[in-house]
Design a protein around this ligand. Structure first.
Ligand SMILES: [Zn+2]
Length: 250
């Protein structure tokens, strides 16, 4: 019979055998030696495994089998799995579904509903996080779908490139650029510093007046507010985004 395992709260494998749970003690000569999780309370229960078999269980535990604890660990494992894979279910639904029908004894050792929902939310946030948070502008790697709009149009217009310590990102759509080009005598730019994402110093937006409304059409993330950065942005915009305009101002 294959070995049965569960996870500790820190994510380590724990052996489940005959209703008891064991932590790994040490491995030697191809065998693994396990001690009952209650060893802290002086339980002397130990188990030895060799490959897929339990070859020894010193059944001298100072407590009854931990069926409820094992059940609760199974429930928690299911909740964690669903949190990561079943995105259409709310944390409330996941916790309610997985705890339905569990015994009073199991409920007794499960964390509170609030704690289980928090665990679900934490796992979901981690699963949805696109990538590890970069610590510098040179490390940023913008890949689809983050280069696209929600309607699947190309949105990342210009990226000054990985490795650039003064990284500039410009976002817009083809349609927005057409609108901007058609209103090129009435452009406005506005820099905001509060809403710039981490690592960037400012979000610069270029607006045009369309049907008497000021509409942001281009979004540029800038690393600082130096003259050099503005110059780079304007040069890039005029040579690549609006080549017609640059010809006109030659
Ligand atoms: Zn024990």
């Amino acid at each position: 019979m294959p070995l049965e395992f569960t996870k500790s709260t820190k994510g380590k494998d724990q052996l489940v055998h005959d209703g008891f749970i064991f932590n790994k003690d040490y491995a030697k000569s191809g065998k693994t030696y396990w001690k009952c999780v209650n060893y802290i309370d002086r339980c002397k229960g130990r188990a030895h495994t060799d490959g897929e078999r339990v070859i020894h269980h010193s059944d001298n535990h100072n407590h009854v089998p931990q069926a409820a604890l094992i059940d609760s660990k199974k429930v928690m494992a299911k909740i964690k799995e669903k949190a990561a894979t079943n995105i259409e279910m709310t944390p409330q639904q996941i916790v309610a579904t997985e705890t339905a029908g569990t015994s009073q004894a199991t409920v007794g050792v499960l964390p509170s509903v609030t704690a289980m929902k928090k665990t679900t939310q934490r796992i979901r946030r981690a699963a949805e996080a696109p990538f590890a948070r970069p610590t510098s502008l040179t490390e940023l790697d913008i890949q689809p779908p983050y280069t696209m709009t929600s309607s699947n149009q190309s949105f990342l217009l210009w990226d000054s490139g990985a490795g650039d310590r003064n990284r500039i990102l410009v976002f817009s759509t083809e349609r927005n650029l057409e609108l901007l080009a058609s209103r090129n005598s009435h452009w406005m730019a506005d820099g905001t510093f509060k809403t710039a994402p981490p690592l960037f110093a400012q979000l610069l937006t270029i607006h045009a007046i369309i049907f008497n409304t000021v509409i942001p059409l281009v979004y540029a993330l800038l690393p600082n507010k130096t003259k050099d950065t503005y110059k780079r942005l304007i040069e890039q915009q005029s040579t690549q985004t609006f080549p017609q305009a640059s010809k006109r101002y030659d």
